[in-house]
Unconditional design. Structure first.
Lengths: 567, 243
C-alpha cells in the first residue's frame, strides 16, 4: 500500500502515543515528541492529536501557541537561542548577537534561506555565572565571545546532522554547597525506616526546623506537607518544581546536576509524609540536557529499592518518580500554572483557593515544592531539626543557596546562612563598590548601595536566591527595560493589568530614555504600577512593576536627567 | 464551575459587605452574594451561567485584614468576612483597568454597532473614566467577516473569553479558543481559520449574545443597532448542569 505523507505522519504520532500514553495530560510531551520527529507541529498533526486525545483541535492550537519551544512552523536545523537575561547583556550578549547575525546573514527571529539556522532571543537559560550563554538545539554553550560563536557556527555547518548528543554541561562554579556535599547518601530515608518515624513525625521535624519554601513564596514546608496529608483524596501527588525560570537563578540546575539524589530523596520523604504514590519532576525545557543524567539516577534508585514498591523493605511504602518536560513558559513555575500545563492546558494560573494541597493535579491533593526545598528537607530529616535551627537567624532558620551573577569576580552558587547583609555577600563574591544589587531575581527587590546593610532573611529580604550585581557604570533604565521586556514576554495574558499595563510601563521607560517623559506622566505610571501589583492574579503580575517603582524611588535623578533626544 | 448547586447540606455564613450584615450560603462567591443583595460590582469576564475565568480583574474587592485584593467573581464567601466593594482605592484601580482595555485595542465607539449597548462603555461611564491616560497601542487587528451571519472584530475584543466558554460549555461546539500568550493573545476560530470556513460552528449565535463589546456582532447591523440578549444563559446553564 502506498503511504501518503499524512498517513505516515499519523502512523508516527500513533507510535509516539503508544509510549507516551494517550491521556490529555500527555499533550505537551506528545507535542514535543512530534516536534522532535518533524521539526515542528503542523496543523494536521494538531488536528490528529486532538482527535486521538478527544479534545478540540483549537485547544491543542491554544496550548501549542502558548509555549515558546513548540514550533508551529518549520525552523532551522540548528535553532540558536541566545539568553537575554541582564547578566548576559552585561557580559556582551549584544556583541555576540551581532556576530551571529553577521555570520548567518539573518536577524533575530529569522531562519536562513537554506533552512540550516534559526536565530532567536530567549529568556534566561540558567547560565548567568557563565554569561553570555546560548542554546544550540538542546546543547548549552557558555562564556561566549564573538570569535567563539563564530567557531560554533562553523562547527554546526560542518556537521550536517541536527542532533548532536547532548552533553551534561553542568558547569563548574564557585559553589560552596557544604551541607549537600556532606550529606550521607539516603541518610534521611534510612533514619525514617530505622527509627520508624510516622508520616506526622516527618512533617513535624520540618515544621520544627522552620524550613520555608525556597521557590520564592516562603510557605512553611512542614505545614504544607501536613495539610496535604490531611487533605482527602484517593491519590496524591508530589511535584518537584524544576522550572527555575527566574532570571539570574541557576541553583536548581546545579543541585540537579550534582545532588539529584537529595532531591529525589526529599520527594520520597514528602510522599511518605503525605501518603502519595506518584512523583513528578517538572523540568524546564532549557534543562533538557539534564534529563539523561536524572533518568540514570532514577533507575539506580529503583534498583536500590529507594523507589518502587515497599521502599527499603517498609511494607506499603510505595512511590515512583517520572520526569515531565516543560515547553518554555516562565509563568509555569507558578504552581497552579504548572499544574494546568501538566494537565495539558495553557499554563495560566488558577484562581486560588482551592490551593494545590487540597485540589491540585487532576483535582487531587498535590504538594508542589522547589528543588532546593526538597534537597534541604533531606538534610534536615537526616540530621535533625536542631542542627538546622542552629544556623541562621531567629526568624530565618538554616541556610540558603544563592545564585550570584553580574558584576562580580566570583559568580556562582553559594550556600550561606540566612542573616548576611548585602554588603557581606558582595565582599564574599568580590563585587564591592556595586551601584545596586537585584536581590531575588526580577520579581525581587532592587537594593541601591545606600541600603547594602539590609539583611537577607525573611525579616527583610526574604527571597528566592538570585543575586545580580550591577556595577557603577550600569544604566538603570536599561535594567528596567530588560526586566519589563521579560515580563511582557512571559505574562500569560489573563489579567488586564499584567497583559497591557506592563507594555505601558515599558513605553514609559523608553520615553525616559529619550528624555521625553514628564513628571506628571511618570506619576501616572507609578499609579499604574501599583494598580498592576494589587489587581493581578499571580505573583508575576504582582511583582512585574517592582523595577519601575524601584528606579523611580532610588534613581530618580539618573532617570530624569536624560537630555531630550531628537525624535 | 461555580454553578449554584442546590446541595442540601451547605452551611450558611454571615458576613458584612460595605457595612451591611448579610448571610449567604458558603458555596457562593462574593459577586453572587452582591448581586442577590443589589450591591453593584463591575465585572466583565464574569457571566452568570459560565465557568469562572477571573481575568479582567474589574471585580476586585477589599477584604479586611488582607493586604492584597480579591476578585469577587472567583472568591468564595466565608464566615465573618468583612468586604468593601467601593472604596476610593478600588474605584481608582477599576478606572485604570478600563483605561487599559480601551488603550489595548481600537475602540472607536461612534462607529461601533454596539454603541450605547456595550458593557465596556457602560462601565467606563459608571466608573467615571474621563480620559485614557496611557497612549493607545495602535496595533492592527483583523476583522473577520467571513461568516454568513456574524462578524468578529478583533479590534474591539477585550479577551474576556466569554465567547470561548459559552461555545464550549453551553453549545458544546468549542469553535473558539485563545491562542498565543500575554499581549499576543487572540481569540481564534478552529485552527485560527476564517470563521466562515468553520465546520464546528453551529451558527447558534450564543457567542455574539454574550460578548460584552462590539467584537462579536450580527452582520448587517449598523452603528448603535446591535443589542444583545443574555437572558437565555442562566436558564440554559442550569438545564445543562442538571443533565
Ligand atoms: C511567576 C512565578 C514563577 C515561579 N517560578 C518558580 C520556579 O521556577 N521554581 C519554583 O520552585 N517556584 C517558582 N514559583 C513559586 C511556586 O509558585 C511555588 O510557590 C513553589 O514552587 C512552592 O515550592 P516551595 O514551597 O518549595 O517554595 C514561581 C511563582 C511565580 C508566581
Ligand atoms: S498576573 Fe500576569 S502572569 Fe499572572 S495570571 Fe495574571 S496575566 Fe497571568
Ligand atoms: S470576542 Fe467578545 S466575548 Fe470573546 S473574548 Fe473578545 S470581548 Fe470577550
Ligand atoms: S469579573 Fe471578576 S475578574 Fe473579571
Amino acid at each position: 500500500m502506498l503511504l501518503t505523507g499524512q498517513d505516515n505522519e499519523k502512523a508516527i504520532i500513533r507510535e509516539l502515543m503508544k509510549t507516551l500514553g494517550s491521556e490529555r495530560s500527555e499533550l505537551i510531551p506528545i507535542l514535543l515528541a512530534v516536534q522532535d520527529e518533524f521539526g515542528y507541529v503542523s496543523e494536521f498533526s494538531m488536528q490528529f492529536i486532538a482527535d486521538q486525545l478527544k479534545m478540540s483541535a483549537n485547544e491543542v492550537y491554544g496550548v501549542a501557541t502558548f509555549f515558546h519551544f513548540i514550533n508551529k512552523k518549520p525552523k532551522g536545523k540548528f535553532i540558536i537561542r541566545l539568553s537575554r537575561d541582564m547578566s548576559s547583556i552585561m557580559k556582551g550578549a549584544k556583541s555576540v548577537a551581532r556576530q551571529l547575525r553577521n555570520d548567518l546573514g539573518i536577524r533575530m527571529g529569522e531562519t536562513t534561506p537554506d533552512g540550516m539556522f534559526t536565530l532567536e532571543w530567549t529568556s534566561c537559560i540558567g547560565m548567568n555565572y557563565q554569561a553570555p550563554a546560548m542554546m544550540v538545539n538542546n546543547e548549552v554553550f557558555s562564556n561566549l565571545t564573538p570569535p567563539k560563536v563564530h567557531r560554533i557556527i562553523e562547527d554546526c555547518r560542518q556537521e550536517l546532522y541536527a542532533h548532536r548528543p547532548t552533553v551534561g554541561n553542568v558547569g563548574e562554579t564557585h559553589a560552596s554547597t557544604l551541607s549537600y556535599a556532606s550529606h550521607e547518601p539516603n541518610a534521611a530515608l534510612n533514619r525514617l525506616v530505622q527509627q520508624r518515624m510516622s508520616p506526622a513525625d516527618v512533617s513535624g521535624e520540618l515544621t520544627v526546623s522552620g524550613l520555608k519554601g525556597r521557590g520564592g513564596a516562603g510557605f512553611p514546608t512542614g505545614v504544607k506537607w501536613n495539610l496535604a496529608s490531611k487533605a482527602e483524596g484517593d491519590v496524591k501527588y508530589i511535584i518537584c518544581n524544576a522550572d527555575e525560570g527566574e532570571p539570574g537563578t541557576f541553583k536548581d540546575r546545579i543541585i540537579l546536576g550534582k545532588y539529584a539524589d537529595l532531591v529525589f530523596e526529599g520527594m520520597t520523604l514528602a510522599a511518605y509524609a503525605v501518603g502519595a504514590t506518584e512523583g513528578i519532576v517538572y523540568l524546564r525545557y532549557e534543562y533538557t540536557h539534564l534529563r539523561p543524567h536524572l533518568e540514570t539516577i532514577l533507575a539506580a534508585r529503583r534498583k536500590a529499592n529507594l523507589l518502587g514498591e515497599n521502599i527499603l523493605g517498609k511494607p506499603g511504602f510505595c512511590f515512583d518518580i517520572r520526569i515531565h518536560m516543560g515547553a518554555g513558559a516562565y509563568v509555569c513555575g507558578e504552581e497552579t500554572a504548572l499544574i494546568e500545563s501538566l494537565e495539558g492546558r495553557r499554563g495560566e494560573p488558577r484562581n486560588r483557593p482551592p490551593y494545590p494541597v487540597e485540589k491540585g493535579f487532576l483535582g487531587r491533593p498535590t504538594v508542589v515544592n522547589n528543588v532546593e526545598t526538597l534537597a534541604t528537607a533531606s538534610c534536615i530529616v537526616a540530621r535533625g531539626a536542631k542542627w538546622f535551627t542552629s544556623i541562621g537567624t531567629e526568624r530565618s532558620k538554616g541556610f540558603k543557596l544563592f545564585s550570584v551573577s553580574g558584576d562580580c569576580a566570583r559568580p556562582g552558587v553559594y550556600e550561606l546562612p540566612w542573616g548576611m547583609t548585602v554588603q557581606q555577600l558582595l565582599e564574599l563574591v568580590d563585587g564591592q563598590g556595586a551601584k545596586a544589587v537585584q536581590v531575588g531575581g526580577y520579581t525581587g527587590e532592587l537594593v541601591p548601595a545606600s541600603q547594602f546593610d539590609r539583611v537577607m532573611g525573611y525579616e527583610d529580604l526574604g527571597i528566592g536566591g538570585s543575586i545580580i550585581v550591577y556595577g557603577q557604570g550600569r544604566e538603570m533604565l536599561e535594567v528596567a527595560e530588560n526586566y519589563l521586556e521579560f515580563f511582557i514576554e512571559e505574562s500569560c495574558g489573563q489579567c488586564t493589568g499584567c497583559r497591557i499595563g506592563n507594555t505601558k510601563l515599558l513605553d514609559g521607560v523608553r520615553l525616559l530614555q529619550k528624555g521625553t517623559c514628564s513628571n506628571r506622566y511618570l506619576n501616572d505610571l507609578i499609579g499604574l504600577s501599583h494598580s498592576i501589583k494589587t489587581t493581578s492574579k499571580c505573583g508575576l503580575g504582582q511583582a512585574s512593576p517592582n523595577i519601575f517603582i524601584a528606579i523611580n524611588e532610588h534613581f530618580k535623578e539618573e532617570i530624569m536627567a536624560r537630555p531630550v533626544l531628537a525624535a | 464551575m461555580a454553578l449554584p448547586a442546590t446541595t442540601p447540606n451547605v452551611r450558611v455564613v454571615t458576613l458584612t459587605i460595605d457595612g451591611r450584615d448579610l448571610s449567604a450560603r458558603e458555596d457562593e462567591t462574593i459577586i453572587e452574594v452582591c448581586r442577590e443583595n443589589q450591591i453593584p460590582i463591575p465585572s466583565l469576564c464574569y457571566l452568570d451561567g459560565l465557568s469562572i475565568w477571573g481575568g479582567c480583574r474589574l471585580c476586585v474587592v477589599e477584604l479586611e485584614g488582607q493586604g492584597r485584593l480579591f476578585a469577587a467573581c472567583s472568591t468564595r464567601v466565608a464566615e465573618g468576612m468583612r468586604i468593601q466593594t467601593n472604596t476610593e482605592k478600588l474605584q481608582r484601580y477599576r478606572r485604570v483597568i478600563i483605561e487599559l482595555l480601551f488603550a489595548e485595542r481600537n475602540h472607536v465607539c461612534s462607529v461601533c454597532v454596539s454603541n450605547g449597548h456595550c458593557e465596556l462603555q457602560w462601565h467606563a461611564q459608571k466608573c467615571g473614566v474621563d480620559h485614557v491616560s496611557v497612549p493607545y497601542r495602535q496595533a492592527a487587528y483583523p476583522v473577520d467577516s467571513s461568516h454568513e451571519m456574524f462578524r468578529m472584530d478583533h479590534n474591539r475584543c477585550i479577551l474576556c473569553t466569554r465567547c470561548v466558554r459559552v461555545c464550549d460549555e453551553i453549545e458544546g461546539a468549542h469553535t473558539k479558543d485563545v491562542m498565543g500568550r500575554g499581549s499576543d493573545c487572540q481569540i481564534i476560530t478552529d485552527l485560527a481559520a476564517p470563521w466562515g470556513d468553520s465546520d464546528t460552528c453551529t451558527s447558534c449565535g450564543k457567542c455574539v449574545q454574550v460578548c460584552p463589546t462590539g467584537a462579536l456582532v450580527k452582520q448587517g447591523t449598523s452603528a448603535g443597532e446591535m443589542v444583545k440578549d443574555q437572558h437565555f444563559l442562566p436558564i440554559l446553564a442550569r438545564r445543562r448542569h442538571a443533565q
